[in-house]
Design a binder for this molecule. Structure first.
Ligand SMILES: [Zn+2]
Ligand SMILES: [Zn+2]
Length: 208
């Protein structure tokens, strides 16, 4: 049964809603890649954002269904590399919100679990989002999904993305200007040296 899911940053300055939200309609993925880990460190919230194997819990949905109702001027954008994904977060308290493609033409986004406003909704993530469908990009994790497990997921994503694009949702993202397709704020690109440090911190942690 679709309902509205409250979205917000930790300090309450940014608020929004994921409209018509239903666990059955989102893809919940845990991504263990080095970039997601570096991003959590950049925000200074790695302990809270990453699971025991360094994975980030993400639920993928259509940007059209996300709207900000308060404090949208708090939104900032980061790219770890010049060609990397756009990582949108609330600058006030460094809460990650969503990751998108760099172009508005792909109406698809991964919402980071910490963006859910749980002040009034005390359900577990499993109850809100359904079970994790796949775990990717971290071969060291014992619960990593097999390649075969990814195929139905990729087919499902591909179909959803195509449908959303055909119905024009690339012009209905809160992160891109509907007319020009430009990001609503210019992304900050992390320098190579800074990125090396962010990733180096991970390596140190993992050997401790
Ligand atoms: Zn905040
Ligand atoms: Zn990742």
């Amino acid at each position: 049964m679709p309902t509205d899911l409250a979205i917000g940053c930790s300090c309450g300055s940014l608020k929004g809603v994921a409209r018509g939200f239903a666990a059955a309609r989102v893809n919940r993925v845990v991504c263990g890649c080095g970039d997601c880990q570096a991003y959590a460190r950049y925000l200074g919230r790695a302990d809270e954002l990453l699971d025991a194997y360094g994975g980030t819990d993400i639920f993928q949905m259509c940007p059209r269904d996300l709207a900000f109702t308060h404090g949208a001027d708090r939104i900032a954008c980061l790219r770890l590399t010049p060609n990397g994904a756009l990582r949108w977060y609330a600058d006030c308290c460094k809460t990650p919100i969503a990751n998108t493609f760099s172009t508005s033409h792909m109406p698809f986004m991964g919402m980071v679990h910490a963006c859910i406003d749980r002040s009034h909704d005390k359900r577990s993530l499993d109850d809100m989002l359904g079970p994790v469908r796949v775990r990717v990009n971290n071969p060291a994790a014992p619960n990593e999904s097999s390649t075969w497990a990814l195929i139905p997921m990729l087919l499902r994503y591909g179909g959803m993305l195509l449908w959303w694009r055909l119905r024009g949702d690339h012009k209905r993202s809160p992160f891109f200007n509907a007319r020009t397709g430009a990001p609503i704020v210019a992304p900050r690109i992390v320098g190579a040296e800074e990125l090396r440090k962010l990733k180096g911190a991970q390596d140190r942690d993992q050997t401790n």
